[in-house]
Design a protein around this ligand. Structure first.
Ligand SMILES: [Zn+2]
Ligand SMILES: [Zn+2]
Length: 230
């Protein structure tokens, strides 16, 4: 039976449920979205108690915002990269690096303007990864967590054996960040991002699921990368 990938939209960001012999959740969306999450989960016919693991792709507020509430509701362990553990446990904030004119405008204007309205609650990270890949077989999913630095240094992605990649903010496909699918508008280390994509594109990759916007073909990234000689 193929793994199903359910997309749950929590306002500005998507979260994903992978469902096969087991069930895992990827990302927790912005703050105050736990109720919407549970409702959409039930609508998809999945019970909260079935979720065996919460994978958080990276520590930005729109991915960790409802982690504390969702963890309380479903009672699963949270896994994150070791380097970003304190982003959730201590609400450490790293500055956003805008790429291109639009990215720089957003980083300077929209992001600071939203800040007073962002209330993230801390949560404990149960599994802090520093070894990769991390197999999801014990959780009933034929796939693995891989380290894909670039958007942030501790960014991780989920790659399924069947060719789906859930990449967090390693790519973006929605307003206000982008008009069309492509590389992210905020990048901590562009060289690392390009290297992560080159590594991922060597895999048997069929479709890319970003956190912002709908899924798209890896060919779009292949094309975007052809501009870089890094
Ligand atoms: Zn991000
Ligand atoms: Zn994001």
């Amino acid at each position: 039976m193929a793994i199903s990938v359910h997309t749950i939209s929590l306002g500005i960001a998507n979260v994903f449920i992978l469902n096969n012999r087991g069930t895992v959740l990827i990302d927790c969306g912005p703050p105050k979205k736990a109720d919407v999450f549970i409702k959409q989960l039930e609508a998809a016919g999945i019970k909260a108690q079935e979720i065996g693991l919460i994978i958080i792709t990276h520590g930005h507020w729109d991915h960790i915002g409802s982690a504390a509430d969702i963890k309380k509701l479903i009672g699963a362990d949270i896994v994150m990269h070791q380097q970003e553990k304190k982003w959730l446990e201590e609400l450490y904030e790293s500055p956003l690096h805008g790429v291109g004119i639009w990215g720089k405008i957003l980083a300077k204007t929209m992001v600071p303007a939203m800040k007073p309205f962002i209330h993230v609650r801390p949560a404990a990270v149960d599994i802090a990864l520093d070894q990769f890949p991390f197999s999801l077989e014990p959780y009933g999913i034929a796939g693995r967590i891989i380290h894909t630095p670039g958007h942030t240094t501790g960014s991780i992605s989920v790659l399924l054996d069947s060719g789906e990649a859930i990449v967090g903010d390693m790519a973006m496909n929605s307003l206000p960040m982008r008009l069309s699918p492509g590389l992210p508008t905020f990048v901590e280390n562009l060289e690392a991002l390009v290297a992560s994509w080159r590594m991922l594109l060597k895999e048997n990759l069929k479709i890319i699921y970003p956190s912002h916007g709908g899924p798209f073909s890896p060919d779009i990234i292949r094309q975007a990368l052809s501009r870089y000689t890094l």
